[in-house]
Design a protein around this ligand. Structure first.
Ligand code: SAM
Length: 220
């Protein structure tokens, strides 16, 4: 089997303080039953939506609960986030979520072409220092990966409260001729998409000192 490509990490860390016993048990017992293998996707009969960097999984689980006919795949590397999401999946008895616990770009590389109907990248790490911009997950290389796995007219839903990163995202997307903006007016950038669940990261900024910007594009 070909070796997975190595990417510059776009995340801060994979592990934090020791997990409580209950969450550790979820990682050991529930997680293995939900892990997705890229090749399985060719056989899935339902539409498939993917969320990259789901954090604690509020948005992923919210969408899955509201849309039982869709299979949701969540990618996250941070152990505490994965465990929090598993707790939610268990408590709400969600059966339409599959998880990938490594760098999302490795999964994207392995997925069949045009297999995804929607993609979410919500509040990715902004890496504000100039010397760290190379760690930003959204760049032309990432757009090429996303474009290949998205079905025609599939949507890419992005959010950030870091306004310079929003501008960066916009510039990269507008330079790619395979995506078209779905925004019809400036107010669309300030309005969460229908069915959006506020994420933990979004909640942290309760004062809305940096109001979130939502960018929605479709693959053409
Ligand atoms: C700033 S947090 C936002 C989390 C969540 N979307 C929210 O709004 O609360 C960004 C998350 O993306 C995850 N992440 C960053 N790069 C990733 C990658 N290449 N693959 C999977 N997850 C990644 C990080 O571990 C982190 O949990």
């Amino acid at each position: 089997m070909a070796e997975a490509k190595k990417y510059l990490p776009s995340f801060g860390r994979k592990h934090g303080r020791a997990l409580k016993i209950g969450k550790n048990t979820l990682l050991e017992t529930l997680l293995p039953t939900l892990l997705i293998d890229a090749q399985e996707l060719s056989g899935l009969k339902t539409p498939v939506h993917l969320e990259i960097g789901y954090g604690n999984g509020e948005h992923l689980c919210g969408r899955a609960q509201e849309n039982p006919e869709i299979t949701f795949i969540g990618c996250e590397v941070y152990e505490h986030g994965i465990a929090a999401c598993l707790k939610h999946i268990q408590e709400h008895k969600l059966t339409n979520i599959r998880l990938y616990r490594d760098d999302a770009r490795i999964l994207l590389d392995a997925l069949p072409s045009a297999c995804l109907n929607k993609l979410y990248l919500l509040f990715p790490d902004p890496w504000p220092k100039k010397k760290h911009h190379k760690r930003r997950i959204l760049n032309q290389e990432m757009l090429a990966l996303l474009h290949r796995v998205m079905a025609k007219n599939a949507e890419l839903s992005l959010a950030t409260d870091h306004h310079l990163y929003a501008r960066w995202m916009l510039v990269h997307l507008l330079h790619h001729d395979g995506f078209e903006s779905l925004a019809r007016s400036k107010s669309d950038w300030l309005t969460p998409p229908k069915g959006h669940t506020r994420t933990r990261y979004q909640e942290k900024n309760k004062a809305n000192t940096h109001y979130p910007i939502f960018l929605n594009f479709k693959k053409i």
